[in-house]
Write a protein that binds this ligand. Structure first.
Ligand code: ZN
Ligand code: ZN
Length: 339
């Protein structure tokens, strides 16, 4: 099949849209026809060279969903015409992480848009080990972001953060593509939510998405958190990283955890060990989602508990401008590419 794709040809350079012919699916792959795909901050960091496994020339993007149009010879679980959503990676399927249901930690996984071609094109070949069926009633936007955004946040709050009904959760970077959905996932599991944003104009939208409180994170915000919850927060979902980490740590209750899901400026942060010891705090990293999380995320979407927050849809040719707009935080929610 002949079509257009956006390529990253060289680290640090703009993406280039060119004609592309997709290969036939390998024996355990399916070919998916997509309508749209999400632009993720990770795509921008990959372009800028912060992911050492990034191997240009490559088609970036990992927020994959759509209709199966072709299946490889050994694909048993999925059929042509089924609607599916994909993990952002291909797990090996055999290592200790994969066999224990923690495939997000598979050391041999390959990531779409990083070391295998990704989603910035109409058709994409994906391993059957990455796939989950999409239930009826889930929008194409929510199917696209189910693994990287809603499923990832579910994994961070539930599995890693051990959050649940009544848990006090602060979300940093709450107005972006991840944060705006994280508020809804946190509310869906019954948490209380403080949304922290540096963009005052996003405040009203964040309340509409379900935030119980919205605070300004352009300077330290831990005192604001303690005004609302004197004992501190049990979880901080750290979505921005460096810029907010010190305040996130100081916002914690005894026994609280900072669950780090994003870092927009990949440089080290100071870690006051004494504070962590004395308060029994934890700093935990979490990466992506498993198929189980993906299934749960799609279910939350089907039930209407998580709705898409889409900033707008751009053509493939506008991808470089979209990257720039995201870097300048001009968006509320996901900017998506029309394919
Ligand atoms: Zn993503
Ligand atoms: Zn594995």
């Amino acid at each position: 099949m002949f079509m257009k794709a956006a390529f990253l040809k060289e680290i640090g350079k703009d993406l280039v849209v060119e004609n592309f012919t997709i290969a036939e699916p390998e024996s355990e792959q399916v070919t998916i026809e997509q309508d749209i795909t999400g632009i993720c901050y990770r795509d921008i960091l990959e372009k800028e060279g912060f992911f050492p496994r990034m191997k240009p020339p490559i088609i970036p993007g990992h927020e994959i969903s759509g209709i199966i149009r072709k299946v490889g010879a050994d694909v048993k679980e999925f059929r042509i015409g089924e609607r599916v959503s994909s993990l952002i990676y291909e797990p090996c399927g055999f290592c200790e992480q994969c066999v224990s249901g923690h495939e997000n930690l598979c050391p041999r996984k390959k990531t779409y848009g990083e070391n295998i071609n990704g989603s910035y094109t109409k058709y994409v070949n994906v391993s059957q080990r990455s796939l989950v069926r999409v239930p009826d009633g889930v929008s194409r936007e929510l199917a696209s972001i189910a693994a990287c955004v809603t499923g990832m946040v579910y994994h961070a709050l539930d599995t890693v953060g051990e959050g649940g009904y009544g848990t006090r959760v602060v979300i940093t970077g709450a107005g972006g593509g991840v944060g705006s959905h994280a508020i809804q996932v946190a509310k869906a599991i019954g948490a209380q939510v403080i949304a922290a944003t540096s963009s005052k104009w996003k405040e009203e939208t964040l309340y509409k998405l379900g935030a119980d409180f919205v605070i300004n994170s352009s300077e330290g915000f831990d005192k604001e958190v303690k005004k609302i919850w004197p004992d501190g927060s049990q979880i901080v979902l750290e979505n921005t990283g460096n810029a907010t980490f010190a305040s996130s740590l100081r916002s914690l209750a005894f026994g609280g955890r900072v669950v780090v899901i994003g870092n927009l400026e990949p440089t080290p942060v100071p870690l006051p060990l004494g504070m962590i010891i004395l308060k029994g705090n934890r700093v935990e990293g979490t990466i992506s989602s498993t198929r189980n999380d993906l299934r749960k995320a799609l279910d939350l979407s089907k039930k209407g508990l998580v709705k898409e927050v889409k900033h707008d849809e751009r053509n493939l040719e506008e991808v470089n401008q979209a990257f720039e707009d995201i870097k300048q935080r001009k968006n509320i929610g996901r900017i998506m590419l029309k394919l």
